[in-house]
Design a protein around this ligand. Structure first.
Ligand code: SAH
Ligand code: SF4
Ligand code: F3S
Length: 469
């Protein structure tokens, strides 16, 4: 099929894909065909994969977690760091062997990595065993792409340069019956100088409030108790809507939905975390006692070169306000080590922020150069050995702070939403507290999907053990 193209889509598009799903299912339903999907990257991709699963199941495919027994293998890819990309190319080499043994096997690639020209060229030239390639803007078109592949027998490549309308109302799967992610916006306008996301996910666009609320109401009617509102920068939700509104206003409306128990959201950009939002978080009883607030680096000079639009001081002030409104809130963060030009002194500022804030946990990343971003061509790229040494020191600090934080829960009573049977010990159920902490406790399997009070008896650093009250 064709190269990049401009297509205007409307919301009737969803109906068209549903018709194709119905046609495909006529052919597929009795064939016992299986699909296997691997998802890389963030919650956005994880949620996109749920939509892919939803469509494939409706077509009649059966899901398997074993690639060797699948008739259709999909990789939903990430390119935020180089490692993620390397992993995909490694796996594609292995799939070539698999396909030699099983010529009918279909291989599909999608997600952020596909939105880069260099990757696409490489795939076309060197990975001709890939059957279907699509991107982040046209995921909903999978049924049609699959149909074209069946009809033509040729590789189908469909990548768009930018998004069109948001397509609503397609089937979606969810991993747990009682919790779900809900997109509230797509894309990002921030262009942090290290980050590739704005180039592969496009400009910021918010879903309409009514579409979001209706989706949540439908989910709640279907048994969902906890939702995660998703966006690259949820704090700027609603700015580009026909009738602009703030994220704080949205949060209050979501909070009012009867039957819903817990609300989480990510990610919050510090530059847009308003006082109005802090108040709304504190006042909305369903909003969980946690906040993911990436600070990336402690040095104000590094933050300036990262284009983050806040300083070390303003970040710490923001944390102070958040803690004042919600004294026991669990704060988590993302940190990058080794951004171009980062000096030892700059790095110490990062360590200082970690010590001052006392995060409940932190995701730490080694800076990865992404071609096409402004930081890739900045001078003074930090040598690998220096970055590694800093990274290890940061990790030690983060781990010890996390252990201290977890320790504070000993003998405390927490409320746990039980999610699943513990994989090691089937007598235990695993669940999460409002802070997002993992708790294992002896409980009847019928309590899965229910919230119970648990008294914490042991701290195992990465999880807690407790007894149901
Ligand atoms: N929109 C979110 C997160 C996007 S990506 C936010 O702004 O917080 C998730 C994390 O990956 C980022 O917070 C950042 O810490 C990390 N990251 C992004 N680009 C990176 C790069 N080039 N190298 C290393 N880490 C990176
Ligand atoms: Fe990337 Fe920055 Fe946008 Fe987050 S806010 S996705 S780090 S550009
Ligand atoms: Fe990766 Fe795309 Fe998310 S690049 S981190 S999967 S938005």
């Amino acid at each position: 099929m064709g190269e990049r193209k401009e297509i205007k889509i409307t919301t009737v598009e969803a109906k068209r894909q549903m018709d194709i799903i119905a046609q495909l299912s006529q052919h597929i339903k009795d064939k016992n065909l299986k699909f296997c999907i691997s998802t890389f990257g963030c919650q956005m991709n994880a949620h996109d994969s749920e939509k892919i699963q939803g469509m494939l199941k409706q077509i009649g495919y059966i899901e398997t977690d074993k690639e060797a027994e699948a008739d259709l293998i999909l990789y939903n890819t990430c390119c935020v760091r180089e490692n993620a990309e390397k992993k995909i190319f490694g796996k594609l080499g292995y799939l070539k062997l698999l396909k030699r043994k099983k010529p009918d096997l279909l291989i599909a690639l999608c997600g952020c990595m596909m939105q880069q020209d260099v990757v696409l060229e490489n795939l076309k030239k060197n990975y001709r065993h890939v059957d279907i390639i699509f991107g982040t803007y046209n995921l909903y078109k999978l049924p049609e792409l699959l149909q074209t592949r069946f009809e033509t027998g040729k590789a189908v490549i469909d990548i768009w340069d930018s998004h069109q309308d948001i397509v609503e109302d397609l089937p979606s799967e969810r991993k747990y019956p009682f919790k779900s992610c809900v997109n509230i916006m797509f894309g990002c306008n921030n262009f942090c100088t290290y980050c590739i996301v704005p180039y592969v996910r496009g400009r910021e666009r918010s879903r309409k409030k009514e579409d979001i609320l209706n989706e949540i109401r439908t989910l709640v009617a279907d048994g969902v108790k906890e939702i995660m509102l998703l966006g690259q920068n949820v704090n700027s939700y609603g700015k580009n809507l026909e009738e602009p509104m703030t994220f704080a206003q949205l949060l209050r409306e979501v909070n009012a939905i009867e039957g819903l128990e817990r609300i989480r959201f990510m990610t919050s950009h510090p530059k847009d975390l308003s006082d109005e939002l802090i108040t709304a978080m504190a006042e909305c009883e369903k909003v969980c006692n946690s906040l993911h607030l990436p600070f990336q680096a402690g040095s104000s000079e590094v933050l300036r070169r990262m284009n983050r639009h806040y300083t070390k001081e303003s970040y710490l002030e923001l944390v102070r306000k958040v803690k004042e409104a919600m004294p026991n809130i669990a704060l988590t963060t993302d940190i990058i080590v080794g951004f171009p030009g980062e000096t030892d002194e700059d790095f110490e500022e990062t360590m200082d922020v970690v010590r001052q804030v006392g995060f409940s946990s932190a995701f730490t990343f080694i800076y990865s150069k992404r071609t096409g971003t402004p930081a890739a061509t900045m001078e003074d790229q930090v040598p690998e050995d220096v970055t590694k040494e800093r990274f290890n020191r940061l990790l030690d600090l983060v781990n010890s702070m996390q252990a201290d934080y977890m320790h504070t829960f000993l003998e405390q009573e927490v409320s746990v939403l039980f999610e699943e049977v513990n994989k090691q010990n089937p007598e235990l159920l695993s669940g999460r507290t409002s802070e997002g902490l993992l708790v294992h406790a002896k409980a009847d399997h019928s309590l899965i999907g229910q919230t119970r009070a648990v008294k914490i008896t042991e701290n195992k650093t990465h999880y807690l053990v407790g007894t149901c009250l």
